[in-house]
Design a protein around this ligand. Structure first.
Ligand SMILES: *Cc1c(COP(=O)(O)O)cnc(C)c1O
Length: 833
C-alpha cells in the first residue's frame, strides 16, 4: 500500500499532502452506518420517506466513499512517479451501471448487500434504479469500457478520454412490433459517479481562417477569427479489481464560451442572447446512434474535434508541467485511437506542438509517430470515415493545411520507395480525389501511428491483405493483431453470481483477476455431480431471464426449452434474418408434423437498429410479426417461442448472457471484425453456433472443433462465390423448404393486413443479389441447428461441452488483451500506487 504516497512536491502545493490509504480507510464507517449517514447528510431524508431511488443514491454515495481515497492516491502517485501513461481516446464508452461493478471491484459487495438487507432493501432492486451510462452504440464502445476496467485492474497508468453526452444511446421500445426511439435522459437525476473539474477547462476553436504572420521566430501560420467552445471535464473513477488503483475516465461537456448575454436579454433579444449557448452546447448533446460511422455530418466532425482537442491540450499540459524536454514525450505518453473517430488527433497534436509550442515540423512529426497507435474495427467501406475537404476547410482550416503537409511529405516518401507508381500514390493518399475531394481518416491514422492493429487474427490478416495491403507494403511491420477480450469482472462475476459461486467452491477465487485459473475446472466436465450443479446454475439463470421476459414482453416461456440467443446490433451483415429463416423453417416443420419430439426452443433476439437504417428496422418488425404468429399458434405450444427483448443495453446483457444455452454468431464470413458477445456467451456456458468469422475462429481453436457448431462459407469461399457470380435464385429454387419460407415472408403470411409489408426483405434476398449470402448458408445453418437440437437432448453431453467452453475461455479476458497492448504497443509498465 502507498505508505510512500506522502507528497514530495510540497513546493508546488500550498498545502503539503500527507495521506495514505490507511488514513482514509480509518475514517470510513461500517457500511450499515455509512448508509444511514448518507441518507441523512447527503439526501436529507429519514428512512420512513426514503424511496428505492433514495436507497440507490445512498448506496452509491457509500460505495463512492471507498473509491475517493484510492482515486486521490492513484492520481498523486502517477504524478509523483512521473510514470508513462496511456491515453485511450474513444468517442464511445458503453459502461452500463456502476454501483454493483464498483462494489465488486472494491471488494465491498457482500458488505453492501448485507448492509442494505439490514435496512430491508435488496441490492439487486436498489441497483436497478441506476440508469445505464449508455455512451456508446455497441461492441466498440463496450470494448472501451472493458479496457478501462482491465487497465485499472492491471495497474496500468491510464486515462480514458471521451464525451459526456447529455443523451446516450436512445432507449428502444417496441410498439405494434416496430422499434420506437426514445431519448435517453440518463442525467435526469444526479450522477453520483462523476466529479466536475472546472479548473481543467479548455478552449476548443472552430471555423475562422489562417493567415501568415512574421514573428521573431520567423514566418508562422496563425489560425484567427475562430469561434470558441469551452470544454468542461467531468471525471469518472474507474476502480480496478483487487488493487488500490482507481484510474480516471475524463468526459468532456461543451459549454458556451460566452456567458449568457444579459444586456442583450434585457433589450428583449431573448433568442440572440442564448443563441451562442445553444450552438456550442449541442456539440455534446447526443450520441450518434449509428453503429457504423456517421460520415459527412458537420456536428459529428465537431464532436470528434471537440473531444480530441480538449484531450490533447490536457495531455500536453500535464506532460510539460512535469517534463522539461519535449523529446521525452514518447517515453511519457502513448495514445490509442479507438477507430478513426479520434484520428484528427494526429493533426491536432501537430497543431499544438508546432503552432502552440513552436516545435519544428520534423521534430514534432517524429514525436507524433512514436506516440499514436490506431485500432481498426471494420472493413466495411460504408464505415470508413471520410470528410469533405470543403467541410474541413470551413470547420478546421489550419488542420486541413496540416493534413496537406503530412500528406505531401508522406507521398514524397512513397514516391521515393516506389517511383512512378501513380496508382499507388492515389490509392494511399490521405486525400481521396476520386469522388469529390475527401479526407480519408483511416489513412491519416495509419500514416500518423507507429502501430495499427486489427481486433482478431482473421480481421488483422484481412487488413494486411485487403484494406491496407498498399500500406502494408509501404510500412512492413506496422500492422499487428491484438484479439479483443471482455472483462470477467462484469461479464462473469457480476452478471453470473451463481456460476461465480460454483466456480469459487471448486477452484477458489482468483479467476476474476487471472482468468487463466478457470481452466482448472476442465477435469470437472467429467464429474457428474459438478455437471448437475452446473446445470442447476444455468437453470436458475434461465428462470431469472424468463421472468424478465415475462415482465417486459408478456410472453411466458418454457425454461426447459433450449434458449437460442442472438443479441447484438441489428445489421444485415450480422444476419438476424438468417436466424428468422431458420425459425420459420422450424415452424413449418412443426405444422407439418415433421418435428414431433423436437427439442423445444425459445429463440431470443435483442438489439437496436440505427434510426435511419430502414431495412434493419424492418427486420425487427418481421421478428415481432413472426413471434406474434408463432407464439399464439396452439399447434406450436411450447415447442417453439420467439421473443424480441426490448432495449438491449449493458444491464439487459447482464441478464441475457447467463441465461443463454446457444450463442448465435452467424455473420457472413469476413464481415465481423471480432465480436465480443461471442466471448461473453461462451464464458457463461453457452455453446456457439457460428461461422468462421471474427473471433469465432479463435474461440473454435480454444474450445476445440467438437465443442462448437461451425457452419457455412469461409472467407475465401465467400470471395470465390462472389467472384464466380453468385445467384441466390439457384438456392431458392433448389431448396423447397427455403422457398416456402421466403414465399411466406413475401406473400404476407406474417403480415396479413399488409401482405407486401416485407417485399423489401424478399427483394434484398432475391432481386438485389443477397449481398450477405443468407441463401448460400441457409442449408448448412439448418443442418448445424439440427445437430444443436440433437445434442441438447443429451443433457450430460451438453453440459460436458458447456463446461469445457467455460474452462477454455481464459484467452478472452480483456486483461490478456490489455497486457498485449501494454507490452507490444504502448511499452508501458504496471505501476502500483
Ligand atoms: C457485448 C455487447 C455488444 C457487442 O456484441 P456483439 O455480439 O459482439 O456485436 C453490444 N452491445 C452490448 C450492450 C454488449 O454488451
Amino acid at each position: 500500500m502507498a505508505t510512500n504516497a506522502k507528497s514530495t512536491r510540497s513546493k508546488t502545493n500550498k498545502i503539503e499532502t500527507i495521506h495514505n490509504a490507511e488514513d482514509f480507510l480509518l475514517t470510513q464507517l461500517p457500511i450499515p452506518q455509512a448508509l444511514r449517514n448518507h441518507l441523512t447528510f447527503s439526501l436529507g431524508k429519514s428512512d420512513s420517506w426514503a424511496t428505492t431511488r433514495d436507497w440507490y443514491q445512498t448506496a452509491a454515495f457509500t460505495v463512492r466513499d471507498h473509491l475517493m481515497s484510492r482515486w486521490v492516491i492513484t492520481r498523486d502517485a502517477y504524478r509523483d512517479a512521473n510514470t508513462k501513461r496511456v491515453y485511450y481516446l474513444s468517442l464511445e464508452f458503453l459502461i452500463g451501471r456502476m454501483l454493483s461493478n464498483a462494489a465488486l471491484n472494491l471488494g465491498v459487495a457482500p458488505e453492501l448487500s448485507d448492509g442494505l438487507q439490514e435496512i430491508g432493501q435488496q441490492l439487486e432492486g436498489v441497483a436497478e434504479m441506476e440508469p445505464d451510462a449508455a455512451l456508446g452504440n455497441g461492441g466498440l464502445g463496450r470494448l472501451a469500457a472493458c479496457f478501462v476496467d482491465s487497465m485499472a485492474t492491471m495497474d496500468i497508468p491510464a486515462t480514458g478520454y471521451g464525451i459526456r453526452y447529455d443523451y446516450g444511446m436512445f432507449r428502444q421500445s417496441i410498439e405494434g412490433g416496430q422499434q420506437v426511439e426514445n431519448p435517453d435522459n440518463w442525467l435526469r437525476y444526479q450522477n453520483i459517479w462523476e466529479v466536475q473539474r472546472p479548473e481543467h477547462t479548455c478552449e476548443v476553436k472552430f471555423y475562422g481562417r489562417v493567415v501568415q504572420v512574421h514573428t521573431e521566430r520567423g514566418t508562422e501560420r496563425h489560425w484567427i477569427d475562430t469561434e470558441s467552445v469551452v470544454a468542461m471535464p467531468y471525471d469518472v473513477p474507474v476502480p480496478g479489481y483487487g488493487t488500490q488503483t482507481v484510474n480516471n475516465l475524463r468526459l468532456w461537456s461543451a459549454k458556451a464560451a460566452k456567458e449568457f448575454d444579459l444586456a442583450s436579454f434585457n433589450q428583449g433579444n431573448y433568442d440572440k442572447s442564448v443563441e451562442g449557448r445553444h450552438g456550442a452546447e449541442t456539440i455534446s448533446q447526443v450520441l450518434y446512434p449509428n453503429d457504423a460511422s456517421e460520415s459527412g455530418k458537420e456536428l459529428r466532425l465537431k464532436q470528434q474535434y471537440f473531444f480530441v482537442s480538449a484531450s490533447t491540450q490536457d495531455i500536453l499540459h500535464r506532460f510539460i508541467t512535469y517534463n522539461p524536454d519535449w523529446d521525452t514525450l514518447p517515453q511519457k505518453i502513448a495514445i490509442q485511437l479507438n477507430d478513426t473517430h479520434p484520428a484528427i488527433a494526429v493533426a491536432e497534436m501537430m497543431y499544438q506542438l508546432v503552432d502552440h509550442y513552436h516545435l519544428a515540423w520534423d521534430r514534432a512529426w517524429k514525436l507524433v509517430t512514436q506516440i499514436f497507435a490506431y485500432t481498426n474495427h471494420t472493413l466495411m467501406p460504408e464505415a470508413l470515415e471520410t470528410w469533405s475537404v470543403d467541410l474541413f476547410s470551413s470547420l478546421l482550416p489550419r488542420h486541413l493545411e496540416i493534413i496537406y503537409e503530412i500528406n505531401h511529405r508522406f507521398l514524397q516518401m512513397v514516391n521515393q520507395h516506389f517511383p512512378g507508381d501513380s496508382g499507388l500514390l492515389s490509392r494511399v493518399s490521405i486525400i481521396d480525389e476520386t469522388h469529390g475531394r475527401r479526407v480519408r481518416m483511416a489513412h491519416l491514422a495509419v500514416v500518423g501511428s507507429h502501430t495499427v492493429n486489427g481486433v482478431a487474427a482473421l480481421h488483422s490478416e484481412l487488413l494486411r491483405t485487403t484494406l491496407f495491403a498498399d500500406f502494408n507494403k509501404i510500412y512492413p511491420g506496422k500492422f499487428t493483431n491484438v484479439t479483443n477480450g471482455i472483462t470477467p469482472r462484469r461479464w462473469l462475476n457480476q452478471a453470473n453470481p451463481l456460476l461465480t459461486e460454483l466456480l469459487t467452491k471448486h477452484i477458489g477465487s482468483g479467476f476474476q483477476k487471472d482468468l487463466g485459473l478457470i481452466q482448472k475446472i476442465e477435469p470437472l466436465a467429467e464429474d457428474a455431480a459438478f455437471r448437475k450443479a452446473f446445470r442447476e446454475v444455468k437453470a436458475a439463470n434461465k428462470q431469472r431471464l424468463a421472468y424478465k421476459i415475462l415482465q417486459k414482453t408478456g410472453v411466458a416461456i418454457n425454461p426447459h426449452a433450449i434458449f437460442d440467443v442472438q443479441i447484438k446490433r441489428i445489421h444485415e451483415y450480422k444476419r438476424q434474418l438468417l436466424n428468422v429463416l431458420h425459425v420459420i423453417t422450424l415452424y413449418n416443420r412443426i405444422r407439418s408434423g415433421q418435428a414431433k419430439n423436437q427439442t423445444p426452443r425459445v429463440v431470443i433476439f435483442a438489439g437496436k437498429a440505427a434510426p435511419g437504417y430502414w431495412l434493419a428496422k424492418q427486420i425487427i418488425r418481421l421478428i415481432n410479426d413472426v413471434a406474434t404468429l408463432i407464439n399464439n399458434d396452439p399447434v406450436v405450444g411450447d415447442q417453439l417461442k420467439v421473443v424480441f427483448y426490448p432495449n438491449y443495453e449493458v444491464s439487459a446483457a447482464e441478464i441475457l448472457f447467463p441465461g443463454a444455452d446457444l450463442s448465435e454468431q452467424i455473420s457472413t464470413a469476413g464481415t465481423e471484425a471480432s465480436g465480443t458477445g461471442n466471448m461473453k456467451m461462451a464464458l457463461n456456458g453457452a455453446l456457439t453456433i457460428g461461422t468462421l468469422d471474427g473471433a469465432n475462429v479463435e474461440i473454435k481453436e480454444e474450445v476445440g472443433d467438437e465443442n462448437i457448431f461451425i457452419f457455412g462459407l469461409t472467407t475465401p469461399e465467400v470471395a470465390q462465390i462472389k467472384a464466380s457470380g453468385y445467384n441466390p435464385w439457384d438456392y431458392y429454387n433448389g431448396n423447397p423448404e427455403l422457398k416456402q419460407v421466403i414465399d411466406m415472408i413475401g406473400n404476407g403470411f406474417f403480415s396479413v393486413g399488409e401482405p407486401n409489408r416485407y417485399q423489401a426483405i424478399v427483394d434484398t434476398l432475391l432481386h438485389k443479389g443477397d449481398h450477405y449470402l443468407l441463401l448460400a448458408d441457409y442449408a448448412a445453418y439448418v443442418e448445424a441447428q439440427e445437430k444443436v437440437a440433437a445434442l441438447y437432448q443429451d443433457e450430460e453431453a451438453w453440459s460436458r461441452v458447456a463446461i469445457l467452453n467455460v474452462a477454455r475461455m481464459a484467452k478472452f479476458s480483456s486483461d490478456r488483451t490489455i497486457g498485449e497492448y501494454a507490452n507490444r504497443i504502448w511499452k508501458v509498465e504496471q505501476f502500483k500506487a
